[in-house]
Design a binder for this molecule. Structure first.
Ligand code: TRP
Length: 451
């Protein structure tokens, strides 16, 4: 029961490795698939400005809070709350984390399954670039029937294989190479965007905020996206920080992670929206947007099939580094709180995700008519976890660290035990005490009528 000592837990080998791994968790489908479709559905620039504001005002302070709790206690979310305030019930936040992480894992695996389908179809030349001009919906063709279900299962099996092998070695090594590579590829596509006839229109849509479009649902959507993209609110970053060593400037790591993560999202936007306007696709297409637009982009490139294969392969791998991190939440719970073996914990978590994943995959086909409040199972899982559970988990965490955690604990975490100065502590505590809880609370309140 409870948290284990430092020695028993794995530790990331290098500082670069620790950053690459947290960035590996943060960067994934959230940036490249979810950000463009949410931005498109919520008015572009209006969404963007709210999103950036929330990353700075809420995301960075909460990343700091999760890092400090995780590294300071060397424990999962349950152990972290309990070590800092024994005999109180703060660790209830951990249950939100487990439920939401399994929901996210379910729908995320479906989209990751699409990336497998797309990279294989591109490699074998069956992703038909020539027909994109005739306007038929390639996405529907590739993702109808049982194939997406199969790819969801394949993806979850890959996830399972990595998890069974333990976190630090494989993930750290893979992230060190993958993240920079993905970044380069995105930068290259971004340059390509400049040549699109719809470039100006796309960029204006994304960066020119129309303040009259900032509605409660835009605010809630942007808040959910900021949490989702930074892997916040469920103790995911807390668990990863518990693998940090004692020389790891937490404040800097938080800022670097948030910066790189937002950069990737903005790059994705710059890639997608010029194409959206060039090819006359509606920016409000929803979860299928990116998968409809990307083939058009590749169709204009020499060697489109090769680019496409490489891109979807990297996206698949980036998704894996994210799903591994969200799986860790339930696995560390079963291992460290329930005393299960890692193998048993991994099998049980993966089995739950498998059932959820198959249901979500079917919601694009046979289960499409099954809706709750107008949302299919896939969208429902996404909405409830991202827009409700993540901000709720963040609300609890900010109140806890801002008001209840000993200031000396925070000081020693942010200065690596007095090794250097950390001038932002006051500002950080102010954000955690006031800005984060009030902002999250108001957005929740505001959107009660907006759902
Ligand atoms: N941040 C990841 C992405 O953008 C998704 C993710 C990984 C996540 N771990 C998480 C989201 C924990 C919420 C909570 O793709």
């Amino acid at each position: 029961m409870g948290s284990k000592s430092v020695k028993e837990r794995a530790v990331f080998a290098t500082k670069f490795g620790a950053i690459a791994t947290t960035v590996g968790s943060a960067v994934g489908l959230g940036n490249i698939w979810r950000f463009p479709y949410e931005a498109g559905a919520h008015g572009g620039g209006a969404f963007m400005i709210c999103y950036i504001a929330f990353v700075l005002l809420i995301g960075v302070p909460l990343l700091c809070a999760e890092f400090a709790m995780g590294r300071g206690t060397h424990s999962n979310i349950f152990g972290a709350y309990r070590t800092l305030k024994p005999r109180q019930n703060w660790h209830i936040a951990g249950y939100i984390g487990i439920v939401a992480s399994l929901m996210i894992l379910s729908f995320y695996s479906v989209v990751a399954g699409w990336t497998v389908e797309y990279s294989i179809s591109s490699a074998f030349g069956t992703l038909d670039f020539s027909s994109t001009a005739t306007g038929h919906n390639q996405f529907l063709e590739l993702t109808s029937g049982w194939r997406p279900v199969m790819w969801t299962v394949v993806f979850l099996l890959c996830n399972f294989a990595i998890l069974i092998g333990g976190v630090t070695k494989g993930i750290e090594r893979a992230s060190n190479i993958l993240m920079p590579l993905l970044f380069l590829l995105l930068a290259a596509f971004c340059v390509n965007s400049f040549t699109m006839p719809g470039f100006n229109e796309g960029i204006t849509f994304l960066f020119n905020p129309d303040f009259s479009k900032i509605t409660p649902s835009v605010l809630l959507g942007a808040l959910g996206q900021a949490f989702f993209s930074l892997s916040l609110g469920l103790g995911c970053m807390m668990t990863y920080a518990s693998y940090f060593n004692n020389r790891n400037r937490l404040g800097r790591t938080a800022v670097t992670t948030a910066f790189l993560d937002s950069m990737v999202a903005v790059l994705a936007g710059v890639i997608i929206f010029p194409a959206v306007f060039t090819f006359g696709i509606s920016p409000e297409a929803g979860p299928t947007l990116v998968f409809e637009v990307l083939p058009y982009i590749f169709s204009r490139l020499a060697g489109g099939g090769v680019w496409s294969t490489l891109f979807f392969l990297l996206l698949f791998l980036a998704s894996l580094t994210s799903t591994v991190s969200m799986s860790e939440i339930s696995i560390t719970y079963f291992c460290e709180e329930k005393g299960w073996s890692r193998a048993k914990a991994t099998v049980v978590s993966s089995a739950i995700a498998l059932v959820g994943g198959v249901l979500c995959a079917l919601s694009f086909g046979p289960l499409g008519d099954f809706t709750v409040g107008g949302l299919t199972l896939f969208s429902l899982f996404d909405y409830v976890s991202s827009n409700i559970c993540l901000p709720a988990g963040g609300l609890i965490c900010s109140i806890f660290v801002g008001w209840f955690v000993d200031r000396r604990f925070l000081k020693s975490e942010f200065t690596d035990n007095g090794l250097f100065r950390f001038r932002m502590l006051k500002l950080l505590v102010f954000c955690l005490r006031w800005v984060c809880p009030i902002a999250i609370f108001l957005i929740f309140l505001n959107s009660v009528g907006a759902i």
